[in-house]
Design a protein around this ligand. Structure first.
Ligand code: 1CP
Length: 340
């Protein structure tokens, strides 16, 4: 998998699933009956266990450390809860320059010693690479400004357009939080990092270029000294692909709206690809799902490619279907399929 992230190719295609841990797994739900989501993150043994669950069950080629994108915010004192069926809800939204004081520097060793410990425990038990992750600056800003999940991030964009200096300071702080969190995860053994900037697709190209890209570029520049592959992912980014590549990641995660061959043609050769099965396909009967997986594989690049979904696993997905996808990807032979 790491070779694929570096642009190489292997006989067997690597595969993992975004949000592979969590609600789709009965063994996760059993733990959740005893502990809240943020609590699991703070107990290294539980975080490591939940991280390992999908690797055991699916035989995927990577683990992703179990946590949430808002975990570092809570660790620096931002009052929030993860509401079942909704997601992260922030007690005091950030909407002015004054509110920025709630966002101090994140010092993982002091604020979240369980983070490095959980990563170390998981890595010690894994025989596949562990991916560390953090929320992207725009996506974290959207939760802070809206006060919770939102469909169109309208308040966030209004702040971005009307108070560009406050916006920039907010994003710079979130960039530092992501950098410090990812550095701690790599120091504890993470072999790659993924930045989930899930909601950037709601921005126009000019908005992204002007108000977000410079900060994300600083994030990826800062990550380069860690020496691990750096993945950048967002949903609905077909209109932003070229700009996203300019942020400097090694790997771009694309959703199902852009066929992989079209994404390949638009992105620079140095960038590897990850994706892009529609998560909804996992809810279809196997013959349909199989056809959808094969159609992704047939459009996949020769080298520099890791199979994944185009967004996270849906909670109602059948674990058996995900296991069959892994088997199909692992046994797929591009030559046999007539793909050059
Ligand atoms: O209590 C629960 O079990 C609630 C469900 C849940 C889980 C399992 C939430 C609430 N977060 C998580 C863990 C989580 N979150 C992981 C680890 C699981 C894995 O990947 O195997 C990861 C990578 C995340 C990342 C995350 N959280 C993202 C980026 C990925 C994406 O889906 O776009 C985002 C946007 C969040 C916010 C969030 N946390 C939880 C929910 C339901 C949401 C989304 C809310 C919304 O739609 O805005």
């Amino acid at each position: 998998m790491l070779a694929a992230y570096r642009g190489g190719r292997s006989e067997r295609l690597p595969v993992w699933f975004m949000r592979q841990a969590g609600r789709s797994l009965p063994e996760y739900r059993a733990i959740r009956e005893r502990a809240g989501l943020l609590e699991i993150g703070r107990v290294p043994e539980l975080a490591a266990e939940v991280t390992l669950q999908p690797v055991r069950r699916y035989g995927v080629d990577a683990a992703i450390f179990f946590s949430d994108i808002v975990t570092p915010l809570q660790a620096i004192g931002v009052e929030l809860e993860i509401r079942p069926g909704t997601g992260p809800v922030i007690a005091s939204p950030v909407r002015s320059a004054r509110d920025l004081s709630a966002l101090r520097r994140f010092e993982p060793a002091v604020d979240a010693p369980w983070l490095g410990e959980g990563v170390r425990l998981a890595v010690a038990e894994l025989d596949v690479p562990l991916i560390g992750f953090a929320g992207g600056p725009f996506t974290l800003a959207s939760y802070l400004v809206e006060g919770g999940p939102s469909r169109a991030q309208t308040r966030t964009k209004a702040l971005m357009l009307s108070e560009p200096l406050t916006w920039r300071r907010l994003l710079e702080r979130l960039c530092d939080i992501a950098l410090d969190s990812l550095r701690a995860q790599v120091q504890a053994g993470a072999a790659a990092v993924q930045v989930f900037d899930s909601w950037i697709g709601s921005l126009a190209p000019e908005q992204y270029e002007r108000h977000v890209l410079p900060v994300v570029r600083r994030l990826f520049d800062g990550l380069s000294e860690l020496g691990v592959p750096r993945i950048y992912f967002g949903v609905g980014t077909g209109h932003l692909l070229e700009l996203i590549a300019r942020a400097g990641p090694d790997v771009v995660g694309v959703d199902w709206r852009v066929p992989l061959d079209a994404a390949r043609a638009r992105l620079p050769g140095r960038v590897a690809l990850q994706g892009n099965l529609d998560p909804a396909a996992c809810l279809a009967p196997w013959p349909v799902l199989e056809r959808e997986v094969l159609s992704v594989l047939e459009r996949a690049p020769e080298r520099g490619y890791v199979f994944n979904l185009g967004h996270g696993v849906l909670p109602e997905s059948d674990p058996a279907a995900l296991a069959r996808i892994v088997e199909l990807v692992h046994t797929f032979r591009r030559e046999a399929a007539g793909v050059a």
